[in-house]
Structures are given as C-alpha cells and as structure tokens.
Design a protein around this ligand. Structure first.
Ligand SMILES: [Zn+2]
Length: 225
C-alpha cells in the first residue's frame, strides 16, 4: 500500500464512524413541542438492585417510561425484563454488550444490534420498539439495520449525568431546569459510571415531583413520539 493508500484507511474509517453523525439527524432527539409531555428513559439495565426500585417509584406514581436494556444483562435478569414489560413500560434495545459502535465494523455492528434485539424479544414476548446506541455513537452500518428491525434510533434531549458522576440533587436540578415540552430525559438505572443506579434511585422521586410541579405529563416514548 502506498502513502496515499495508508492515508485513505483512517479517512474511510472516520467517514464510516464519525461521518454517520450527520445521520443522527434522522434519530429522534425529542418529541413534539406542542404538548407539555416528556419521556423518562432509562439506560444500561436491567440491574438486580436498582431497576426494581426504579419500577417501584414509577408504579407508585402511575408513570410509564422506556427502558433501553443491554442484551447480556437482560439475558441474566429475565424475570426483571418481564416485570418491566408487564408494568406497561416500553422496551428499547441498547445493544448486546454496550460496545462502542465507533469501534465495530459492519459485521460486529449487526451482531451487537441483532443479538440485543433478539434476546429482549425472546424474554419479553414482544420485540423492542426503539434502539439507542451506547454512548450515542453510531456508524453507517447501523441505520439500514435499524430500518429492517423497525426500531427507530432515539437519542435524548436532556442528560442528567454524563460520563462524570452527578449527585442526586444536581440531577434533579438539571432535569427540572432543562426540561421543555417534548423532551426525552436520559437516565441510568444501572452502572456504567460507578454508582449511577443508586444516584438515580435517590434522585428519581424528587425529579418526578419537580417535573409534575411544572405541569409536565410523563409518557413512554411510544406515546411521546
Ligand atoms: Zn448506555
């Protein structure tokens, strides 16, 4: 391979992985702004400790939400997956192993998406309705695959905790300050960032109170979008 060829490889890869960010415009970032409705979405579960507590909090308030499950965690927590579905929440696919799709070629991308999709469908008895890429990282192989599976890509409007831990009161304040009609809130009911599940359990009751005080109705994505 000549110098030009060597230069072409990273350029092609950058187009495949990062160039796909133009396509994320095709992903949902929020719902319609004409109704005072927002969605709570929970990523990275199911977690045997924090997910049941999140479900209890939601049930106490009669709130339905959306859970983006990691396939290999779902496979180990079958009864929890069924509980989420039975309590009326939407299920979303958050890939099989939460690997960055920026580092995955087309074949690996297909495996990550399909395996996550299939395990959730098998356990819950109905396929997931949405897909959210781990860390919001997409690539060009992802979008045709999602079209075939009928699971639209959903990002978020507001993230209360990113890669750095945010204490519960900070998360409540962020959710409340950044919420607007149609917003999709990205929350984590399981650890990626250590302690995320517990911080969310601590924050969620106050967060719900603050959002309701601002006259927002909380709806699952299937209702919002
Ligand atoms: Zn995640």
């Amino acid at each position: 391979m000549g110098t030009a060829g060597l230069m072409a490889v990273p350029a092609l890869w950058a187009t495949y992985a990062w160039g796909s960010h133009a396509l994320t415009l095709g992903c949902a970032w929020s719902g319609p702004r004409d109704a005072r409705k927002i969605s709570l979405t929970f990523d990275d579960g199911p977690d045997p400790e924090s997910t049941p507590r999140v479900l209890d909090i939601l049930a106490a308030d009669g709130i339905r939400a959306t859970f983006f499950l990691i396939g290999d965690r779902a496979a180990r927590q079958g009864s929890l997956v069924r509980r989420i579905a039975e309590e009326g929440h939407d299920l979303g696919n958050h890939s099989w192993s939460h690997r960055s799709l920026w580092l995955a070629g087309p074949r690996r991308t297909a495996q990550e998406v399909r395996r996550g999709h299939d395990v959730i469908a098998d356990i819950a008895g109905a396929p997931p309705r949405f897909f959210r890429p781990p860390w919001g990282m997409t690539n060009l192989a992802l979008f045709p695959l999602l079209r075939r599976l009928g699971t639209p890509c959903v990002f978020w409007t507001v993230q209360t905790e990113g890669r750095r831990p945010a204490p519960a009161p900070v998360q409540v304040e962020r959710a409340s300050r950044r919420a607007r009609p149609g917003a999709i809130l990205d929350l984590h009911d399981a650890d990626g960032v250590p302690g995320a599940g517990q911080r969310l359990v601590d924050a969620l009751p106050s967060m719900i109170r603050a959002l309701k005080a601002d006259a927002y109705a909380l709806a699952p994505l299937s209702d919002l979008l």
